[in-house]
Design a protein around this ligand. Sequence first.
Ligand SMILES: [Zn+2]
Length: 472
Amino acid sequence: MSNATRNLAVAAITAAGLVLTATPAQATHGFTPGAPGAGDPYFPDMGNGGYDVAHYDLALKYDATSRGITAVTKIKARATQHLSRFNLDFLGPLNVDGLTVDGKKAKFTRTGAQELVITPARGLRRNSWFTVTVAYSGVPKRIDDPTLGTSGWVATSDGAVALNQPFGTATWMPVNDTPLDKATYSYTLTTPAGLTSLANGDFAGSYGYKGQTVSRWKMNQPMISSLAMLAIGKFNVTKGRTPAGTPSITAIDTALDTAPAQGTEFFQLTAKVNDWAASLFGKYPFGSTGGIVDDAGVHYALETQGRPVYDRAGRPGVNPSPGLVTHELAHQWYGNSVSPKRWKDIWLNEGFATYSEWLYAERFEGQSAEATFQEVYAQGPDADVWQGVVADPGRDNIYGSLVYDRGAMTLHALRRELGDKVFFKLIRDWAAWNRYGSVDTADFIRHSEKVSGRQLDDLFKKWIFTAGKPAL
Ligand SMILES: [Zn+2]
């Protein structure tokens, strides 16, 4: 019960002639703080409890001189309990310049590794909608994790790129940073004229204003927070549609764009892969596709909804390989539309994306998936791919070959077991039935058994629940 409702209740009861004494305990009765984490065993600080975000609206201005940002993030959320206070994830040195809940100033503190703890002026009733507005500024932090590599806000030669899986988003926006809380996003990005800004989703227009360029982007399908991205720099941008009609935007950092045809080639490769993937995996789940080639100087390829980002530092003039483009675009179905509940289930992203590379090679490069499977399988028993358990690889190994290659081998083993017809129906249905949903390994096993009508415990036990090289 909110204070306002309680006061009405007190008034009503008093009017009825009853005596009621309010005490401080009653004022907060039933209202409790939201949890500071979302329960992910690998990343216990990530995410928060007590509310569910529907939409993030980010207005961000980039300053080329300081290389910093001034930003306002508006978060529309619904309380899932009577909330006395709640947390957002917000990392690093950015200063919070102002914070309101439903337009009223709210108290906040910053604690722990990444907690922005917000106490609204009055409790938020369960199921009520509220808006948190956070104004902030500074130079966002780049993360160099010893095992998971670079993420967060990464400066490039002419701007910056935000690399967010698994925990970089909180370096540049306050967020409920958990795969369990999907939301839509809109971005209004302001840069000095001459710089281009790109983000997830559909391009929603740009205009010049007092020596600045403003571009707007809308991610209209719900996505997990680690997919939120933006890139700022000097880009050659190609806009159009794939042959099947999906809107597409590709961009190559001008520092890397040495051949006149390079932009066209990248656009065409992306379009070809996207349409082929849709013919295999089912309807493309998002409003637009494309990709960005940047020059951050760290090696990465990052899937984001509608806008994969590739780093080509040190290889000017060379576009991402078809395999890499295929991997990242396959995530649009497997990882982005259908996403994992917990980071331990990441093989459901990476196994599918890696297997899509094998399928591309089978379709276009004359190498069967069976041949790739045998090549990977030929590795000796000490190879990384056999160390650990695919379905629970450990926090430091979520990007290991165990997850990627053995994950792909698991799918190929399933295909060998069930035959092409059932296997391809199974993976198409997986994408269709779970579109925009959250899944785990148990869901995939249930799905596989349902679609195939087979008992598959032994297969999954062998490939994803047991360490060591399995016998074929
Ligand atoms: Zn991947």
